[in-house]
Design a protein around this ligand. Structure first.
Ligand SMILES: [Fe+2]
Length: 337
C-alpha cells in the first residue's frame, strides 16, 4: 500500500470531505437505480456479474458518430468498435445489470480515491488533446447509494476517500468514453471512481491500493444487493504518435507504435486468454514497465481484485491500436459468483 497517502481510517478530514446532506437523495429517476432482476436494496445477494477491460480512446466515439458528440467522422477503428458491440450484446437482455461501475485514469485525484456522488451529472466532456474529436454532451444518473457504500467500505479498509458532490465538475473523457461505448443509451445508473494519481509519481507505490479498492467495491455491491458490471477504462501499451494525420480516421496510418509494444500486448493478452487471472498479478506490472501501459493507473487491477482474481480465462473480444496505443476489450465472468 502506498506509504505516502495512507492514513488511519476515519480522520476528521476525510469525514468532512465525505460528508454530504443529512439525508442523501436517490438518483432522480429511481426506476433506473435497481433494474429488473435486482435483488433489491439492502439485501446481501448483490454480485459482480461481469467485468470488462473497456478502453476509452476518444477516437472510438468519434468514429461512431453518436448524436452526443459534436465532431463528425468517416468511421475507423472498426474492429475495436465491433468488440464493444459484442460487449453491449452480452450485457443486454437477461444479463442486464443494475449498475455500471467504472474506474477511469483521467479523473485524477492527487489525494485519495474519490467517488462521484452527484445524482445527475450533466455537461460537456472535452478531450484536452483531441478537442477536434471529442466534445461530448453527457447526462446520466448516479447510483448514489452504491457510491456512498463504496466510500464507506473503502474508508473502513483504511483508504483515504472523498465523496465528490460538486455538480459543476466536468466528467472526464475516460469515464464518459468507457460508459458510452458500453451503454450508449445511458439507461443504466453509474458509479464513477477516480484514479488516485500517486502511482505516476512514486514507482514503488505500485498497485497495492487497487487491491483494497477492489475489495471495498465488491463488499459494497454485495451489501447493496446490486447486480453490477465493472468497467476498467484502460488502454494497454501506451506510447503514441505526436502528429495527427490530416484525416484523423486515416486507417492507412494506424498501426502499433513498434514491434516491442505489440509483442508485449500479445504476451499479456495470451496470458489473459489462457488464465487464471492470478498470473496477471506479476505480469501486469511487467507489462507496465515494458510498454508504459495505461494499466499503471490501476483500473485493471481494481477490477480483478473486485472479482477476487477469478480462476478463469478472459475472453478477448477485440484488440486494435489507436494512434499507436494498444487497446483490448476483454470480458471476465466469475463462475464462483
Ligand atoms: Fe487514456
Amino acid at each position: 500500500m502506498s506509504r505516502v497517502f495512507h492514513v488511519p481510517a476515519g480522520t476528521s478530514a476525510s469525514r468532512a470531505r465525505r460528508a454530504g446532506p443529512a439525508t442523501t437523495s436517490p438518483a432522480p429517476n429511481v426506476s433506473f437505480v435497481c433494474g429488473a432482476g435486482s435483488a433489491g436494496r439492502g439485501s446481501a445477494s448483490g454480485r459482480i456479474v461481469a467485468g470488462y477491460l473497456a478502453p476509452h480512446p476518444p477516437h472510438l466515439i468519434y468514429a461512431d458518430n453518436p448524436e452526443q458528440n459534436e465532431p463528425r467522422s468517416r468511421g475507423g477503428w472498426e474492429v475495436l468498435r465491433w468488440g464493444y458491440e459484442e460487449l453491449r450484446r452480452r450485457i443486454a437482455g437477461p444479463n442486464r445489470p443494475d449498475v455500471l461501475v467504472v474506474h477511469a485514469p483521467h479523473w485524477i485525484t492527487m489525494v485519495g480515491h474519490h467517488v462521484n456522488c452527484v445524482p445527475n451529472p450533466r455537461g460537456i466532456s472535452v478531450e484536452p488533446i483531441f478537442p477536434n474529436l471529442f466534445r461530448y454532451h453527457y447526462d446520466f444518473r448516479t447510483d448514489v447509494e452504491l457510491a456512498e457504500s463504496i466510500l464507506a467500505e473503502a474508508d473502513g479498509l483504511g483508504l483515504v476517500t472523498s465523496a465528490m458532490r460538486e455538480p459543476d465538475v466536468r466528467v472526464d473523457y475516460a469515464t464518459i468514453g468507457a460508459l458510452h461505448l458500453a451503454n450508449p443509451a445511458w439507461d443504466l445508473p453509474v458509479v464513477s471512481i477516480s484514479a488516485n494519481n500517486n502511482p505516476y509519481f512514486y514507482s514503488d507505490a505500485a498497485l497495492d491500493e487497487m487491491e483494497v479498492l477492489g475489495e471495498a467495491t465488491r463488499r459494497a455491491i454485495e451489501k447493496t444487493g446490486r447486480n453490477a458490471v465493472l468497467l476498467a477504462s484502460n488502454s494497454l501499451s501506451h506510447l503514441h504518435w505526436d502528429v495527427e494525420p490530416d484525416l484523423p480516421e486515416d486507417m492507412s496510418r494506424e498501426h502499433a507504435y513498434n514491434q516491442h509494444q505489440y509483442e508485449w500486448d500479445m504476451r499479456l493478452l495470451s496470458a489473459i486468454r489462457e488464465g487464471p487471472t492470478s498470473r496477471l498479478r506479476e505480469l501486469v506490472p511487467r507489462h507496465i514497465e515494458e510498454t508504459s501501459s495505461e494499466t499503471k493507473a490501476g483500473s485493471l487491477s481494481w477490477l480483478l481484485s473486485a472479482m477476487r482474481w477469478p480462476d478463469v480465462p478472459g475472453d478477448v473480444l477485440a484488440y486494435g491500436t489507436v494512434i499507436g496505443t494498444g487497446n483490448a476489450v476483454v470480458e471476465w465472468t466469475d463462475r464462483r459468483a
